[in-house]
Structures are given as structure tokens and as C-alpha cells.
Design a binder for this molecule. Structure first.
Ligand SMILES: [Zn+2]
Length: 236
């Protein structure tokens, strides 16, 4: 991403939004995605308020600083901007932040149970998923955003209990595919636990090997690129 122009990044954000909606990550106009500018790490691009994730355009993307102030763009800013600004402050390794309200992840967050590895995507979050349980309300202050960043810790994702998910990545591709994998892991776990009496899990070492293998950057890019081609083929 280091060589990407601002135009390249905005085009990737536009496609990321369409992929997320095609994958069922939409909740009316709620949910947002941001990306840190490679040439100015104190600024990030972010989806605007009042539009769907699939309605991001070159014109309505906002440029925002680490205090949550809009420095370029005229669209309305999401009040939950502090999720993004505080994570970018706390995590120099994170370049992309996604927040959505996916059904199974929200339901799973309400159980308060730890994420298990009942399917392969679960490995990515095995003993590596934060939980923010201070409030069900919107994250509308620096302090609340900082709380989410603390709950995220060094992990790639954090559940906002009874609210949604926040998934990070070094790249847009990693954050988008991570968000979709988290939803799948939550769905599989809810099905397993509803069925009851799960068989013993695989060993920690076995799960950690899978976590390593499926967490490689090229895995995220290959799968994101496929989802982009699929969106383009379907015309939505
Ligand atoms: Zn939310």
C-alpha cells in the first residue's frame, strides 16, 4: 500500500464498501470503514454519514485527523469517528478500521462466551478477540473510542457487546476479509452451541498453525480480489 495514491486508496474503499454490503455487512446506513494515509499517518480517509457502505464515492470520502476533526470534505461525519481515530492513535501497525453490525457477530457478542475454533475462520480470532462491554450505546466520545482501542489491545478485532464488531488490518483487504471471517466464525459457533455438546477442540498448537497460515497478507488479498470480481460480475 505504500506506493498507493490517494485515488487508488479511495477506489479501494469504494470497492470494500460494495463487498461488505454484498456479504451482508450492511445495517441501513450504519457501519463505516477508514484507511490511514500512507503519506500522512496522522490523517485517515473515512466513509461519510447518511449513505450506505455501498454508496461511497470519490467525492463523499472525508479526510479526518486523529482528534476526529474533518480536515477535508463536506459530507457529514459519523459520530462514531472516535472508534477509528483512537485505534489509529493506539496502533501504529493498523491502517484500516471497519465497524459494522453483522447479525451473527452481534448475537455471539451477547452470549459473552469466548470465541472457539469450531470452523477454520475461528482460528483467526482464537484467543485473539477483544470484548468491549462498557455500553451498548454509540461510541461518541474520545474516552469511549479509547475504551474500544484498549479492549482491542494487540488483537485484530474487538466485539462491541450487543452492538457490533470492529476489525482492523494492515490493509483494506485484510480488514474486509477479517470482518467476513469473524461473522462466519460467530455463525458457526452459534450453530454448534445451539446443537449442544460439542466434541473436543483441536489442540492449541494445531489451531495456532492454522491461525498463522490463514493470516498471511496474500490470503487476504487473493480473497478480497475474488470478492471484488464477484461484485463486479453481479453488478451490485
Ligand atoms: Zn455501531
Amino acid at each position: 500500500m505504500a506506493k498507493s495514491t490517494h485515488k487508488d486508496i479511495k477506489q479501494l474503499l469504494i470497492m470494500a464498501g460494495k463487498v461488505l454490503v454484498a456479504q451482508g455487512q450492511d445495517d441501513f446506513t450504519r457501519g463505516h470503514i477508514s484507511f490511514r494515509l500512507p503519506d500522512n499517518p496522522k490523517l485517515f480517509f473515512m466513509k461519510a454519514h447518511s449513505i450506505g457502505l455501498d454508496e461511497i464515492t470519490m467525492q463523499n470520502i472525508l479526510t479526518i485527523d486523529l482528534e476526529g476533526n474533518v480536515v477535508a470534505g463536506s459530507a457529514r461525519r459519523h459520530s462514531e469517528v472516535y472508534i477509528h481515530s483512537e485505534i489509529f492513535k493506539a496502533r501504529a501497525d493498523v491502517n484500516c478500521v471497519i465497524h459494522t453490525h453483522p447479525t451473527y457477530s452481534v448475537a455471539f457478542s451477547a452470549t459473552g462466551r469466548p470465541m472457539k475454533c469450531y470452523g477454520q475462520p475461528g482460528a483467526l480470532f482464537y484467543e485473539a478477540l477483544g470484548v468491549y462491554a462498557d455500553t451498548i450505546n454509540l461510541i461518541r466520545s474520545h474516552a469511549m473510542g479509547a475504551g474500544v482501542a484498549r479492549a482491542l489491545g494487540r488483537h485484530r478485532a474487538v466485539l462491541l457487546k450487543n452492538h457490533g464488531v470492529v476489525v482492523t488490518g494492515r490493509s483494506i483487504e485484510e480488514a474486509v476479509v477479517g470482518t467476513i471471517m469473524l461473522e462466519n466464525a460467530a455463525m458457526v459457533q452459534l450453530i454448534v452451541e445451539a446443537a449442544g455438546d460439542p466434541a473436543p477442540e483441536f489442540s492449541r498448537a494445531d489451531i495456532e498453525k492454522l491461525k498463522h497460515d490463514i493470516g498471511q497478507p496474500e490470503q487476504f488479498k487473493v480473497n478480497f480480489d475474488y470478492l471484488v470480481r464477484r461484485v463486479k460480475r453481479r453488478g451490485k
